[in-house]
Design a protein around this ligand. Structure first.
Ligand code: G1P
Ligand code: ZN
Length: 542
């Protein structure tokens, strides 16, 4: 029985960097979820009879929203939904399912690395048939529709059993519940030298993987321990919880502090890694060295040929604008294309589809390749393991040698979270107003070479995305980028990205905050961070 329900629009359903993200109580308002999902369906064409993939990171509200999505898919004429057992699919696994089974698209429920629970964050994202996040023209259409929507359709069907693998029916629609890990693990086996990694573990290699009570737990258990023979206990905090055990499932040096401390202490395992709430981010820490995501992208690109899935020359490398230029030097050496996109994985999709890029990455702990259309936490960890197994060197040696060959891009991001929106906007507006006068100005020993707002001209579809971050470039190649987050759920988050290139090996491996001190001071002098925000220190430094 299909019901058409009258509703009134909400005015705040604008998808951000990665889908619609709000606090749980916002999603719990009557019709809020239904309005958004109907707005998604109303913005799509030609899905009748086709298959929709549905899954989420298991956070609070996951099951309820999965139930609503399935009932609405049935009412709107989808032929089938594929859903992960228990409503679980990591974001990269969902991308794989969409591609592997030729789905029309997918609905992914996640707020990524943000905390979960009744008062924390939730999110809904739509991915298109290539497995990647919907591009801006679709997210804009969804937002426009959400402001005008008057009714939604939902099917009254009995209780759904999402815990039993197999196919059942929901009205005219088939509901196939699948194991969330199987297809993903099979894909990883095609890309990496599992035998070499297995031999490395057999030889006593020790690793710590922190799943942060989030979705990657079952994936890590199966792949690292069951298939690669890592000792039991390699995967930690591997049982996904609705509230991630009360922590932020954010694999950075603040929220994965314990792992970091362990990796820096005597007797540390050979390799440490972590992943986020929905499994698309990664943290890489070798014994005695934290590898910045920007460096990790560069090292992975330079060594990818050591893995069976990447033996052929890479087609190109892409990075988001705020990500350091370390990978650019690798692309130059390999004589392959290098693309600089706005922040957010949705901008990589066209380059990957067009065969212009093979590996993509962001400074925010997101790396991936053309195997899916999302960043992929475990993929990055497995590529690292493959490289370590073949080179038989430590992560620290590999990174140090990389710097010696290419130079080191010192890099840090300073986040000022929950700043009043007006104040954050005023800071950016003031900065924009100074683009014309900044060049030539001296701040300490630094001279501003240029200041502008990043705009992206997509080389594949010709679309233009403006206002993608404010850049201040200094003579000598250092830079500071200012951007407001598009994923936050309270106030504004100001991100300040700081980068300095250091070619001299004698100057490598220093504490980045010290190496970047002059630029950090310049960032405040130029943008008036203290003056505008009233803060005298960032909330998080990565
Ligand atoms: C953040 C990251 C960005 C990433 C996104 C989704 O977005 O900065 O690189 O793609 O999360 O994981 P932001 O909050 O900066 O808009
Ligand atoms: Zn994520």
């Amino acid at each position: 029985m299909i019901r058409t329900v009258q509703t009134t629009p909400f005015d705040d359903q604008k998808p951000g960097t990665s889908g619609l993200r709000k606090k749980v109580p916002v999603f719990q308002q009557p019709n809020y979820v239904e309005n958004f999902i109907q707005s998604v369906f109303d913005s799509l064409d030609g899905y009748r009879g086709k298959t929709l993939a549905i899954g989420g990171d298991g956070r609070f509200l996951n099951r309820e929203v999965i139930g609503i999505a399935i009932r609405m898919a049935a009412a709107n004429g989808f032929g089938k939904v594929i859903v992960g057992k228990g409503g679980i699919l990591s974001t990269p696994a969902a991308s794989n399912i969409i591609r592997k089974y030729g789905c029309f698209g997918g609905i992914i429920l996640s707020a990524s690395h943000n905390p979960g629970g009744p008062h924390e964050d939730f999110g809904i994202k739509y991915n298109i048939g290539n497995g990647g996040p919907a591009p801006e023209k679709i997210t804009d259409a969804i937002f426009a529709r959400s402001k005008a929507i008057r009714e939604y359709r939902i099917a009254d069907i009995g209780p759904l059993d999402l815990d039993r693998i197999g196919t059942t029916r929901a009205g005219d629609m088939a509901v196939e519940v699948i194991d969330p890990v199987t297809d993903y693990a099979a894909l990883m086996e095609t890309l990496f030298d599992f035998e070499a990694i297995r031999a490395m573990f057999k030889g006593g290699f020790r690793m710590a993987f922190d799943a942060m009570h989030a979705v990657t737990g079952p994936y890590a258990k199966e792949i690292l321990e069951n298939r690669l023979g890592a000792p039991a206990g390699t995967a930690r905090n591997f049982v996904p919880r609705e509230d991630f055990g009360g922590h932020h499932p954010d694999p950075n040096l603040v929220h994965a502090r314990e792992l970091y401390d362990e990796m820096m202490a005597p007797g540390a395992p050979d390799f440490g890694a972590a992943s986020d709430g929905d499994g698309d981010r990664n943290l890489i820490i070798g014994r005695g060295i934290f590898v910045t995501p920007s460096d990790s992208l560069a090292v992975l690109a330079a060594n990818a040929h050591l893995a069976p899935g990447y033996r052929a020359e890479l087609k190109g490398i892409a990075r988001s604008m705020p990500t350091s230029a370390a990978a650019d030097r690798v692309a130059a050496k390999l004589k392959i294309g290098m693309y600089e996109t706005p922040t957010g994985w949705k901008f990589f999709g066209n380059l990957l589809d067009a065969g212009m890029a093979t590996i993509c990455g962001e400074e925010s702990a997101g790396t991936g390749s053309d195997h899916v259309r999302e960043k992929d936490g475990l993929w990055a960890v497995l590529l690292w393991l493959n490289i370590l197994a073949v080179r038989k060197e430590s992560a620290k040696d590999i990174v140090t040698k990389h710097w010696a060959e290419f130079g080191q891009n010192y890099y840090s991001r300073h986040d000022y979270e929950a700043v009043e929106t007006d104040k954050a906007n005023a800071l950016i507006d003031e900065l924009r107003g100074r683009f014309a006068t900044l060049p030539g100005q001296k701040i300490g020993a630094l001279t501003v070479a240029a200041a502008d707002e990043f705009a992206y001209h997509d080389p594949v579809d010709g679309s233009v995305s403006k206002n993608q971050g404010t850049r201040v470039l200094f003579e000598g190649g250092s830079r500071v980028v200012f951007r407001l987050s598009g994923t936050g759920t309270s106030g504004a988050t100001l991100r300040v990205y700081i980068e300095k290139y250091e070619p001299d090996p004698a100057q490598h491996g220093r504490d980045p905050q010290a190496a970047l001190a002059e630029l950090i001071a310049a960032a405040d002098a130029i943008a008036g961070i203290r003056r505008h925000t009233g803060r005298d220190a960032p909330t998080v430094i990565t």
